[in-house]
Design a protein around this ligand. Sequence first.
Ligand code: BGC
Length: 323
Amino acid sequence: MRQTIVFIAALVLFVLLIVLLFFFGRTINKMTLTTRTVDQENVKPNAYHFVLISEQFDNPYWRSVEQGAQDAAKERHVTLEYMGPFRSNIDDHLKILDQAIAAKVDGILVQGLNDSLYAPVINKAIERGIPVITVDTDAPSSRRLSYVGTDNYQAGLDLGKEVVRILRGKGRIAIITGTFGTTNQEMRVKGIKDAVRDADIQIVSIRSSQISRIQATEQTNQILSAYPDLDAIVGTSATDALGIYDAVKERSNTHLKIIGFDDLTQTLTLLNEGKIAATIIQKPYWMGYRAVNLLADVKEGKTIQPRVYTGTQILERKDVIGR
Ligand code: BGC
């Protein structure tokens, strides 16, 4: 009798554990993948269904790319679904790309975050007749139809020259970069290194923010503990300069310059206040807008250009003051 009770209790506990694991798995899944489709008027029931896959769903830079893509989708009468991992993570990003291919969507816009990892998956989509355009980050060895975005090496080079100008050719700097192992970030860092090579500028540390403002602050604190009198810290993804600022504002190193990427509202405010020395802006809205238009052109049988650079611009305080 006693043995039976113990057995039943163990069985109940086991079933409970399975149920808990099931719900835990579902929650984790929800946390890593988020998706949004905007209700559009004028979209026919059999309209093309495109997806845009971002590095991080709720990132303000990607919201601009999505806005441009949604505006173009409206004009071209297609449905655009916006998807992305909750946190930047190449495995989750690739999984979403794979799911879009399995769902047989009509076209995909995706970052080619790492050429060798993405080329086989992008090629699989092409073999199945799904056109793919890379946005923001190219996967040049894949069979993607076009790349729409920044010339990332050139942007790094331009930013590096700006660092040389601001520091008058001399100083010690550190770099906070988005994610190690992603092509766009690596190209930007390479550009900065090449630009400062001939100046009297030493890069003492390069750390990753993993596309997180909080991590950028954390990494900056560690860098400043090791090198308290650095001359500048450069951020190479959209929220890095903000994270760097959060760490620097608590310290007394007043001569340290912050140089960043992109034009998030808060970045422009800090630039205006003289707390960020300069930023290089990309055109995320136009990336989304152009890329959806190109996909729609492909569907109409048109030939498209293999590469569309959307351009960048260096912004200094004098460019935004009073704006
Ligand atoms: C990059 C994107 C990245 C974003 C993150 C931008 O500068 O171009 O690839 O996802 O920063 O905040």
